[in-house]
Design a protein around this ligand. Structure first.
Ligand code: SF4
Length: 56
């Protein structure tokens, strides 16, 4: 498997995601999709990275 390249535009500390760069707190994807399951999100806790993929 090739080494993942951190995308310095996407900071992330979700180390359980397989797109995370492990030693660096960045995402390795070129872009991510952000969404919400709420009808009227009011803060950052209301939104999710929909590009998340579990390592397990
Ligand atoms: S896909 Fe989303 S959760 Fe996963 S490393 Fe990238 S930004 Fe973080």
């Amino acid at each position: 498997m090739s080494e993942k390249q951190p995308n310095s535009c996407i900071k992330c500390n979700v180390i359980s995601c397989k797109n995370h760069c492990n030693s660096e707190n960045f995402c390795s994807l070129s872009s991510v999709k952000i969404g919400t399951r709420e009808s009227n999100p009011t803060g950052c806790r209301s939104v999710d990275c929909e590009s998340f993929e579990s390592k397990n």
